[in-house]
Design a protein around this ligand. Structure first.
Ligand SMILES: C[S@@+](CC[C@H](N)C(=O)[O-])C[C@H]1O[C@@H](n2cnc3c(N)ncnc32)[C@H](O)[C@@H]1O
Length: 365
C-alpha cells in the first residue's frame, strides 16, 4: 500500500467514524427531548433508582417505550443502571446527580434540556427548508411552531434572570446608574420573545418600566403570561408590533435587542427604530451571537454550532420577507457595524462583558 492510499483509507475511516458518532449524538439529543417532554428526567430526579414500570406509572406513559428509552439512556451514559444482568422489567435506573442540573433544573445556567426542544423546532419545517434552498425563498417564523418558541425561551431564561441584571447591565456603569436612579427609567426591549429579558431587567431594577415588543402573536401571549406570573404586570408591558414600523414613541433610557437582530429580514430598519426610540440621550444595546470576526475553519467561538442554527432556522426565517439582508446566525461584528452605520449610528463598540454565547454591542449616536 502506498503512503497516499494509506492516508486516504485512514482519512475515510476517521470520517466514517465521525459520522457514526454524529448519528449517535443526534439520537442522544432527540432521546433527551423525549425525557424532557414526558417528565421522565424530573421523575427520575425525584425517585432515585426506578424500574420502567414505575417510571411509566408515575408519568402515565407506556412501559414498553419507557423501557426502551431507559436502556438507550443507560447504554449512552446519560443514566446509570443498577444491575445490567437483572430481568428487563426489574432492572433499575437512576439519573446521576451531576446530570440533574443539566437536564432538570430550569433555573440553572447549565440547563441544556431545552436545546433539544429548540433543535426539534428548528427541524420542524425541514421539507419547507429544503424547498427554500431550491427556490431562494424563506420559511416564516410561524412554521417553526411551539417547540422553537418554548425552547428558545427556556434556553435563555436562566441567563436573563441570573446574569442580565446582576452582571451584564451592572458592567455598563452609566446604564446601571440610570436604571437605579429617579425618575424611573424606561426600557424598550425589541424582539422580546417570551419576555424573560424584560422580566430579568424589571426584577433587577425595582423602579424601571419595561416595554417589550415582538412581532409574533404566540410569543407575545407567552410573554404576557410570564409577566403576569412574575407579578410584574404593573411595570412590564408587552406589545405585538413590527419593529420595522414601530408606531411607538420614545424616548427610552435604554433600548435593547437580545439575540434577534440576526434573524430580522431588515435589520437596518429595526436599528433605525431603536435609534429613534433612544432619542438624544438613551443607550442602544444589541446582544447577539459571539462568532468569529472573520470566516475561519479554526474558530475559537461556537461557529460550527451557529452555522447549524443558521442552515435550518435563522437564515430561512430571515429570508421569509423581502427585501432581506439574509444575515444568518453568524452575524459578525463588522456586519452589525455596517447595519448600524446605515441606520444612522456613528459607530459600534464591543463591550468587555464575558459570555460564551453572546457578544455585547453598544451602538453610538
Ligand atoms: C431568536 S428570537 C429571540 C427572542 C428573545 N429576545 C430571546 O432572546 O429569547 C427572535 C425574536 O425576534 C422577533 N422578531 C423578528 N422580527 C421582528 C420584528 N420585525 N419586530 C419585532 N420582533 C421581531 C421574533 O418574533 C422572535 O420572537
Amino acid at each position: 500500500m502506498t503512503d497516499q492510499s494509506r492516508s486516504h483509507s485512514e482519512g475515510r475511516d476517521l470520517f466514517s467514524k465521525r459520522l457514526l458518532d454524529s448519528a449517535r449524538a443526534t439520537f442522544d439529543m432527540f432521546a433527551i427531548y423525549l425525557g424532557d417532554q414526558l417528565g421522565w428526567y424530573r421523575t427520575l430526579a425525584d425517585s432515585g433508582w426506578i424500574t420502567s414500570t414505575q417510571l411509566a406509572e408515575q408519568t402515565r406513559t407506556s412501559e414498553r417505550y419507557a423501557r426502551e428509552w431507559l436502556e438507550q439512556q443507560s447504554v449512552s451514559g446519560i443514566l446509570e443502571v443498577e444491575d445490567e444482568t437483572a430481568d428487563a422489567t426489574s432492572r433499575r435506573f437512576r439519573i446521576p446527580a451531576a446530570h440533574v442540573e443539566v437536564l432538570v433544573d430550569e433555573d440553572s445556567l447549565s440547563f441544556l434540556a431545552p436545546m433539544t426542544q429548540l433543535l426539534s423546532g428548528a427541524l420542524h419545517p425541514l421539507s419547507d427548508v429544503l424547498e427554500a434552498y431550491r427556490t431562494g425563498q424563506g420559511v416564516p417564523y410561524e412554521a417553526y411552531g411551539a417547540n422553537l418558541r418554548a425552547g428558545q425561551a427556556r434556553m435563555n431564561r436562566p441567563m436573563y434572570l441570573k446574569l442580565l441584571g446582576s452582571r451584564w447591565l451592572p458592567a455598563i456603569a452609566d446604564v446601571h446608574e440610570r436604571l437605579r436612579a429617579d425618575p424611573p427609567a424606561c426600557i424598550a426591549d425589541i424582539g422580546c420573545g417570551a419576555g424573560w429579558s424584560c422580566i430579568g431587567m424589571a426584577k433587577a431594577y425595582a423602579n424601571v418600566r419595561v416595554d417589550g415588543f415582538d412581532l409574533d402573536a404566540p410569543s407575545v401571549e407567552l410573554a404576557i403570561r410570564n409577566v403576569q406570573d412574575a407579578s410584574l404586570a404593573d411595570r412590564v408591558h408587552i406589545h405585538q408590533c413590527d419593529a420595522r414600523e414601530a408606531a411607538v414613541d420614545g424616548p427610552f433610557d435604554l433600548v435593547t435587542a437580545f439575540e434577534c437582530i440576526h434573524d430580522m429580514p431588515d435589520p437596518v430598519r429595526v436599528l433605525s427604530t431603536m435609534r429613534r426610540l433612544a432619542g438624544e440621550t438613551g443607550v442602544v444595546l444589541v446582544v447577539d451571537e459571539r462568532v468569529s470576526h472573520t470566516f475561519t475553519t479554526q474558530s475559537e467561538e461556537m461557529d460550527p454550532m451557529m452555522y447549524g442554527w443558521s442552515l435550518f432556522h435563522c437564515l430561512p426565517v430571515g429570508m421569509a420577507d423581502r427585501p432581506s439582508a439574509a444575515t444568518g446566525t453568524v452575524m459578525r461584528a463588522d456586519t452589525l457595524r455596517v447595519y448600524a452605520l446605515q441606520a444612522g449610528f456613528r459607530d459600534v463598540g464591543v463591550l468587555p462583558i464575558k459570555n460564551p454565547l453572546f457578544r455585547f454591542y453598544r451602538l453610538q449616536m
